[in-house]
Design a protein around this ligand. Sequence first.
Ligand SMILES: NC(=O)c1ccc[n+]([C@@H]2O[C@H](COP(=O)([O-])OP(=O)(O)OC[C@H]3O[C@@H](n4cnc5c(N)ncnc54)[C@H](OP(=O)(O)O)[C@@H]3O)[C@@H](O)[C@H]2O)c1
Length: 335
Amino acid sequence: MKNRRIVLAARPDGLPKESDFRLEETEAPSPGEGQFLVKINYLSVDPYMRGRISEIKSYADPVPLGDVMVGGTVGTVAESRHPGFQTGEVVVGYWGWQEYALSDGQEVYKFDPSLAPMSTALGVLGMPGMTAYFGLREIGRPKAGETVFVSAAAGAVGSLVGQIAKMEGCRAVGSAGSQAKVDHVVADLGFDAAFNYKKVKDYAAKLQEVCPHGIDVYYDNVGGPLSDAVFTQLNVHARVVVCGQIDQYNARRPPRGPRLLWHLIVKRARAEGFLVFDFAPRFPEAQRQIAQWLKEGKVKCRETIVDGLQSAPRALIGLFHGENLGKQLVRVAAE
Ligand SMILES: NC(=O)c1ccc[n+]([C@@H]2O[C@H](COP(=O)([O-])OP(=O)(O)OC[C@H]3O[C@@H](n4cnc5c(N)ncnc54)[C@H](OP(=O)(O)O)[C@@H]3O)[C@@H](O)[C@H]2O)c1
């Protein structure tokens, strides 16, 4: 049996290219005693991957050239010699961009497919869902009646942030990169307002229009000039949740922007970064809650799924062009 996998072929300069990756074929591994073989069904495609393929170490080491591209995956146990895992069980792990992987059961968890389709294990019930849930509730700490503004509002994290903000009794406002996304977050997800940042020249004026009472919680997924403008609209005691800075992930040198910390003094505001893994011990609590919201129809989730392992590099590049609505996934094998 063959295993196809995608390895890192070159470190990208600026925006990644498909030629930065290479498809390889090897023999599929066989499980030894205490191991099981996973047939991967879905790969997660995430903005953080841009950091992993650069040579700069951040909170994790870069992927070495020639290694399998890293990433979250959900799959099915195809063959087991491990007492705790049975053939057919759905498992979530960090096996990267390949069709088959071996596991000894460490850093793996079983996903209950009666909760929701298995693809959600990488989206609303997976890492992006946890990021929205803990970032908003624990760092943003929204209170009923406040205004929560979220950038990249139609993405995997942002779409859930806005929906949770509504359940907390807040006014939820977002920005996204197309009219279709703006319509989706307002009409389908229940945001109070949204705008297409690609069509707006004066962000501060637009923010005043859509957030007439100022911004109490800014859930920042993008950074860059939009975030600069949000700082000017913060209310006293506002909280800035520094979740992501996708506007800068492909920058060749650090951008020079306005110096904004003055606004934090004047507004007695707090800006705090976080990594979702800081909350790992509490993931089961969030998964239970979000699964309940899904069942009750209180949360909706969208996925953009492309087919075939070979589609993964193009899907990653697409994140930086806003090609995804909701969670971006690659279907490697049918369920
Ligand atoms: N701190 C953590 O632990 C943690 C965990 C997960 C994710 N994150 C961060 O959270 C953010 C969202 O992640 P996600 O997985 O939910 O991705 P996502 O929002 O589903 O996909 C990325 C989206 O970003 C938008 N975008 C791309 N380039 C942009 C730019 N230059 N300016 C503004 N928007 C841009 C695009 O939407 P448009 O069409 O709207 O442009 C794109 O669809 C990312 O910054 C990610 O790194 C952080």
